[in-house]
Design a protein around this ligand. Structure first.
Ligand SMILES: Cc1cc2nc3c(=O)[nH]c(=O)nc-3n(C[C@H](O)[C@H](O)[C@H](O)COP(=O)(O)O)c2cc1C
Length: 240
């Protein structure tokens, strides 16, 4: 089993602890690849739109983006983590997600994302854990991932792990252990179920691409959808 982890911060703080608790039962059993942002991530998207219009490898940050994408394609399970910064995900995580705009369903989604599983771990001091998770979930779901578990926490008064109450630590440890147990029990040789919302998005875009292709058969996204057979009978959530 392969797990790819994208950490929205390099800090070994509370978010890091929560992620470590989740990974603990997988250590020694799964091949785990981790990226720490911003260190391992791309710079900011400058809006050149080469990825959307022509080829993703023309992006100034292509090397780092494609390395992360490769690790995500190969993974059975994706793990995203982020503390809440001003009610949202960290700037470093947003910078990465912007680079995958071209993988949103209306453009060129990866067939490998349909049927993949993901866990999003976020936490905050008082408010913003959920909106932080939503920032990440919006991208994942538009990439085609529909099996997404969110684990989010509020610390309330203390942000230093060592100073948290035993009760709070126990509650966080137990939640992460339960999530790990649930994901450890999955048979990863089988794709996760793709839900109706994801399928509805796919069919809406399929109609859009069919129309765009009539206007311009050379349109990049249309050619991609056609080459994948998605304008015919092939569906990305079905085994090839
Ligand atoms: C720039 C910045 C913005 C923050 N914004 C929020 C916020 O909007 N809501 C909140 O509850 N906590 C906020 N916090 C607190 C962090 O979410 C909190 O300290 C968290 O535990 C940090 O996680 P870490 O220990 O993994 O770094 C912010 C912290 C920083 C550094």
């Amino acid at each position: 089993m392969k797990i790819t982890v994208i950490n929205g911060t390099e800090k070994h703080g509370v978010t890091y602890r929560l992620k470590e608790m989740f990974l603990e039962p997988f250590r020694g059993k799964a091949e785990i690849t981790e990226f720490y942002l911003p260190k391992d991530g791309p710079g900011f998207c400058i809006g050149c739109t080469q990825c959307f219009l022509t080829r993703q490898d023309l992006c100034k940050d292509a090397d780092r983006v494609q390395k992360i994408e490769k690790a995500m394609i190969e993974a059975d399970l994706l793990v995203f983590t982020s503390p809440s910064y001003v009610m949202h995900t960290t700037g470093a995580m947003k910078a990465l997600l912007d680079h995958f705009g071209y993988r949103w369903m209306p453009h060129r989604p990866l067939k490998e994302m349909f049927g993949k599983r993901a866990v999003i771990i976020t936490q905050c001091l008082g408010a913003g854990g959920r909106s932080t998770a939503k920032d990440i979930k919006d991208s994942l779901s538009w990439w085609g991932v529909s099996y997404i578990k969110v684990c989010t926490f509020k610390l309330m008064s203390e942000i230093n792990w060592d100073k948290l109450s035993q009760k709070k630590k126990a509650q966080m440890t137990s939640t992460m252990a339960k999530a790990a147990k649930r994901f450890g029990a999955i048979d990863y040789s089988r794709k996760a179920h793709t839900d109706l919302v994801t399928k509805a998005k796919f069919y809406a875009v399929r109609m859009l691409q069919t129309g765009l292709g009539k206007d311009n058969p050379e349109y990049t996204d249309y050619k991609y959808w056609k080459a994948n057979g998605w304008l015919d009978k092939t569906r990305p959530w079905k085994a090839a």
